[in-house]
Design a binder for this molecule. Structure first.
Ligand code: INI
Length: 160
């Protein structure tokens, strides 16, 4: 059996963190968690990008734009969509999730989904450095692992 996995060494990786400014208090905590994760795993300061967009709805466009540049090895998308605050929760959350997945599939650059989708602010706070951990940190960890996994996996055949 051949086994493949990505390690958690970010020493050589260039990673973009994109955050939605909507629900900014939460987003900033997610950003802090993601940056903490990247630094702890050895990412160089010059290899970390931090990009702000208005809200979660705009994350896919920024992610795709950065991904097609091939200037980074992975992207971390962060944001907070809180059901209680909007009747269009499902549109914003659904568009963010689908758009990020589409951008990842279209570009081949790993894009971690660190967008909280919660019923209320308390649930979001719990997941942004509260008692449920920091999903920004977890998303950054996933981005590191996937970037390194892609390096370990066989390269695409020339005719595909
Ligand atoms: N954006 C969020 O990131 N979270 C939300 O909870 C939210 N709400 O509640 O509406 C939200 N809306 C803004 C949206 O992401 C876009 O920025 C806006 O619609 C402009 O395109």
């Amino acid at each position: 059996m051949r086994s493949f996995s990505g390690d958690l060494d970010a020493g050589h990786l260039r990673i973009a963190v994109i955050a939605g400014r909507f629900n900014e208090t939460i987003s900033r905590r997610l950003v802090d968690g993601a940056l903490d994760c990247l630094r702890r795993h050895g990412a160089a300061e010059d290899d970390i990008w931090l990009v702000w967009v208005p809200g979660a709805f705009e994350l896919p466009m920024a992610a795709r734009s950065i991904a097609v540049s091939k200037e980074v090895d992975a992207i971390v998308c962060l944001g907070a969509v809180v059901r209680g605050e909007t009747p269009h929760f499902d549109y914003v959350a659904g568009s963010a999730a689908r758009g990020i997945a589409d951008a990842m599939a279209a570009t081949g650059i790993p894009i971690a989904f660190g967008v909280l989708t919660t019923d209320d602010s308390a649930q979001a706070e719990a997941r942004a450095g509260g008692k449920a951990g920091n999903k920004g940190f977890e998303a950054a960890l996933a981005a590191i692992e996937m970037a390194n996994l892609l390096t370990a996996l066989p390269k695409p055949a020339a005719d595909i």
